[in-house]
Design a binder for this molecule. Structure first.
Ligand code: OXC
Length: 318
């Protein structure tokens, strides 16, 4: 095995945008306020991604709504956010950090989504839009990504108004025909990227001493992230990498807490990586640490860029 001497490059291109490093935050924890976004901006993250914006400010679900376990997290935040304009107005400040700024959008209906996406059309400080089809935590509102026809209709409307590169944040899928049905929808549109996966919706964590659920909303039901999400995330990254058109980038998220997790996601086909639960746990230092660990692994394996192993997962043959 050859061992390369110079630092392996973690640079990548997503939606035609260059990122100095392929690791950044997931839309979710610690990205809802200017202060939080500035912390990401000053860190080693390769991009700044906002909390999913709704048209208006949202308080979110009642507290407590986030809980950490040894293996990950459960949350039912309910999209607390400052409202779309706040994140659009932050764009020049994001640009000052010298890294791409991506706005996540999660409207409560078709019109909310198209209004927000249309309003971003000429915002030169926004690099791309991540359309969230998969928040599992809004009482009474099903995840759009599990309704293939609704997803198609939404994308038809969105692509009438969008001018920036646009990707989708998908829920986890568990059945092969469902992967294929969603891929068929996505392949009908010029999407730039697919982010796999959102939290695994509606899990339940129990405090056995109190014989009680650990978060208040929805009788304790919430999205599962962290270690337990990784095998499902890897499967979704892999499937969509093989099913989506070649020019669609896959962004891996789910259970990445160290360099080896990052390596596995890239092997499955991820061209960039987002950190959720681990960012919440460790803060913004996680971006540099995971990047260094990934570079160590690449050095040991003789890789000088992520493209050398991206998507190259082998199967075992017949
Ligand atoms: N996924 C989301 O898309 N949003 C948040 N949680 C989650 O797991 C939220 O705000 O509830």
């Amino acid at each position: 095995m050859t061992v390369s001497q110079s630092a392996p490059s973690l640079s990548t291109t997503i939606a035609g945008i260059s990122l100095e490093t392929c690791i950044y935050n997931a839309s979710g924890p610690l990205c809802a306020t200017e202060e939080e976004l500035d912390v990401i901006g000053k860190s080693a993250a390769g991009a700044i991604l906002s909390k999913s914006a709704t048209l208006e400010y949202r308080e979110g679900n009642p507290q407590p709504r986030y809980y950490e376990t040894s293996w990950g997290s459960i949350n039912s935040m309910g999209l607390p956010n400052e409202g779309f304009e706040y994140y659009a107005n932050y764009a020049p400040k994001a640009a000052a950090h010298g890294k791409p700024y991506i706005i996540s959008v999660s409207g409560m209906g078709y019109d909310d989504n198209t209004k927000m996406i249309e309003a971003l059309a000429d915002n030169e400080n926004v690099a791309a839009i991540e359309l969230n089809l998969s928040c599992p935590n809004i009482p009474g509102k099903p995840q759009a990504g599990y309704d293939f026809e609704q997803s198609r209709t939404l994308l038809e409307k969105v692509f009438e108004v969008v001018r920036l590169p646009l990707g989708v944040k998908l829920p986890p899928y568990f059945d092969i025909p469902h992967f294929e049905m969603m891929a068929d929808v996505l392949n009908s549109f010029p999407i730039s990227f697919a982010t796999c996966i959102n939290s695994i919706g509606n899990g339940l964590v129990i405090d056995t001493e109190k014989e009680c659920v650990v978060i208040r909303p929805k009788q304790g039901f919430g999205g599962i992230g962290g270690d337990f999400a990784k095998p499902t995330a890897l499967a979704n990254v892999r499937k969509f990498y093989t099913l989506l058109k070649d020019d669609v980038d896959i962004i891996g998220v789910g259970g990445i807490k160290n360099g080896m997790d990052a390596f596995e996601h890239i092997l499955c086909g991820a061209g960039a990586l987002q950190i959720g639960t681990q960012f919440m746990r460790e803060g913004a230092d996680c971006f540099a640490r995971i990047a260094n660990e990934l570079q160590d692994i690449m050095r040991q394996k003789g890789y000088s860029s992520i493209d050398e192993f991206k998507g190259k997962l082998k199967d075992m043959g017949e």
